[in-house]
Each structure stands twice: as structure tokens, then as C-alpha cells.
Design a protein around this ligand. Structure first.
Ligand SMILES: O=C(CO)[C@H](O)[C@H](O)COP(=O)(O)O
Length: 295
């Protein structure tokens, strides 16, 4: 089984000229069968929208993966469904010669179970397509936040972002309640451990009144200092959760502001790259993109 490499390099950002950016959305609702027509366990799932999560995961694979591709395998519930579907398509022979690049230890393990041939991420890789769950997606820009979840050893926001930025084509899968404008909640920020408190104070000053900054604990009691067991990631960083209590109006700007602070290594915002979002609701899925149209 391939393990995610801990060695990452700084990769070129894809840039979008804002004047050329043409955001459009296509409402492609896949009608869901009414729960009454479905077998009982699926009917139960339908009522909470998880059948549509499966539709979205299948759609990410069926619309974008073709034989011979190198595919970045995301992390999270929908990504794991997509990994399982990709494994099934490889087993039934409708797809061939696909190589998976896991974004995390858990996606590597899910892919190994699904029988997907894997390679570790490396700087020189060409990744044709990647899919990923997101914690939130900003409407229109499709800037995303990842990494709110508990990191279960070996997980790496840096690795996940490297795979996503390298992919020629990127699709997020997100529930509709996590898609919109002015969403709030936390943004994880990776910081050097030595001067973490100064870094935390600078971030606190930057977002004064809009956010609180808490160091993430490994387990147990949490407080602004990270409790008795503050988390140190596999790459040796602390995670500061910048918890926005006011709506975040411009995620790309938040990312730029964070990038300027000494001691900040990376963060969970991914912005300004061409991407598609498959937005999942109880009634279906909607596909939205921010792809630049060249004329
Ligand atoms: O951080 C993330 C990926 O890096 C995802 O946002 C996270 O895994 C979401 O998980 P789920 O969709 O299962 O709630």
C-alpha cells in the first residue's frame, strides 16, 4: 500500500486573471427517486440526502475520470464513496490503467481496499483530475476550506493542497448547507511551533472582533492554548483554528492576509484555482464551476 509522502515542495499556484474569469453555474439536478420507491436502508439514507452524496461521488468519477488517468483521491465521506466507485469501475473493466494519488493516509487506505493502484505524491507528477470533500465552499469563487476535521495522525493539509493544486482538473463535493456566501466557522492554520504564540497573537489582531484563535489539541480538553496535549502534525506544525464568528466575506483575501504573517506555514484555504463543485442537497446535485472561458 502506498503511503502519502511527507516530503512536499512549493508548487506553482494556478492563477486566474480576474478580468477573464467567467463564473457560471449549470443546474444539473439529478432527480432522486422518492424514498417510498427505494429499499428500506436506502430510503432512510435518502431522507438525509446521503443517496445524493453517492450520486455526487459517482458523478465526480463518471464525468471526469477516463482510462489511463492519474487521479488525486480526496478525503472525507463523499471522497471515500468516489474512491469505492472508482474501485468498482476498475474491477468491472469499464475503466483501466488509473493510478490513484492519495491525499491522506485514510484515502490511501480506502483506495487500497478498493483495489486502486496507488503512487505517492511527488513534485514532478502530472495529476489529471482530483476530487475532494470541502468543509465549506464560497459561492461564485469556489474558494474552499479543508482541514476542519480531526487530523488522525499522518493527515496533512499541505499534502492535500499539493495534490489539488497540481491537478489539471479539480472537483469538490460539498453538502449544500456548506456552500454559499458569507459562511462562518473555522479555518485551520499551520504554524511553526517555536513562536506559535506570537503568530496566534498576530492572527488574533488581524481578525479582531471577527474570529477567535485556538490551538488545536491532540485529544482531551481544548482551550485557546490547546489544552495539555497540543497537536503537532506529522510535518511538525501546530494547528491554530481561527474560528470566525462573523461571516467570512472573502476567503481569498483571508488566505492572502494569513500568508503574510510570519510563522504561518500554510492553511486550509484553497482559492484562485479553476475548479468545479458538486453541491449535494436532499433533492439532487448541482454542478457549479468557475472555469475561465478563453475566447
Ligand atoms: O478536510 C477535508 C478534506 O481535507 C474535508 O473537508 C473533510 O474531510 C470533510 O469530511 P466530511 O465530508 O466527511 O465531513
Amino acid at each position: 500500500m502506498a503511503h502519502a509522502s511527507a516530503c512536499f515542495f512549493s508548487l506553482p499556484h494556478h492563477t486566474l486573471s480576474s478580468s477573464r474569469r467567467n463564473i457560471h453555474s449549470s443546474n444539473q439536478n439529478i432527480p432522486a427517486r422518492p424514498p417510498s420507491e427505494l429499499p428500506v436502508p436506502i430510503a432512510r439514507a435518502a431522507s438525509d440526502g446521503s443517496v445524493n452524496l453517492l450520486h455526487a461521488a459517482k458523478r465526480a468519477v463518471d464525468s471526469y475520470v477516463t482510462s489511463g488517468m492519474v487521479v488525486g483521491l480526496g478525503s472525507g465521506r463523499a471522497s471515500f464513496l468516489a474512491i469505492q466507485h472508482l474501485g468498482r469501475r476498475l474491477r468491472d473493466g469499464s475503466l483501466r490503467d488509473v493510478t490513484g494519488i492519495p491525499t491522506s493516509v485514510s484515502s490511501a487506505s480506502e483506495a487500497a481496499k478498493a483495489g486502486i493502484p496507488l503512487e505517492d505524491y511527488r513534485d514532478s507528477l502530472q495529476i489529471d483530475f482530483a476530487f475532494m470533500d470541502a468543509d465549506i465552499i464560497e459561492e461564485d469563487t469556489l474558494a474552499a476550506v479543508i482541514g476542519r476535521r480531526k487530523l488522525e495522525g499522518g493527515e496533512s493539509i499541505i499534502q492535500e493542497k499539493s495534490v489539488m493544486k497540481t491537478a489539471s482538473n479539480l472537483t469538490f463535493i460539498v453538502p449544500d448547507k456548506q456552500y454559499g456566501k458569507g459562511l462562518d466557522g473555522s479555518i485551520p492554520v499551520l504554524v511553526n511551533t517555536g513562536n506559535w504564540m506570537e503568530t496566534a497573537e498576530e492572527i488574533d489582531d488581524l481578525f479582531l472582533g471577527d474570529a477567535e484563535v485556538w490551538r488545536r489539541p491532540t485529544f482531551g480538553h481544548a482551550d485557546p492554548h490547546g489544552g495539555n496535549f497540543p497537536l503537532v502534525t506529522s510535518e511538525g506544525h501546530h494547528v491554530l483554528d481561527v474560528i470566525f464568528t462573523s461571516p467570512i466575506l472573502d476567503l481569498a483575501q483571508v488566505a492572502k492576509d494569513l500568508d503574510r504573517i510570519d510563522g504561518v506555514v500554510d492553511h486550509g484555504v484553497i482559492s484562485s484555482i479553476p475548479s468545479t463543485a458538486i453541491v449535494v442537497s436532499k433533492t439532487g446535485v448541482t454542478v457549479v464551476n468557475n472555469i475561465v472561458e478563453t475566447t
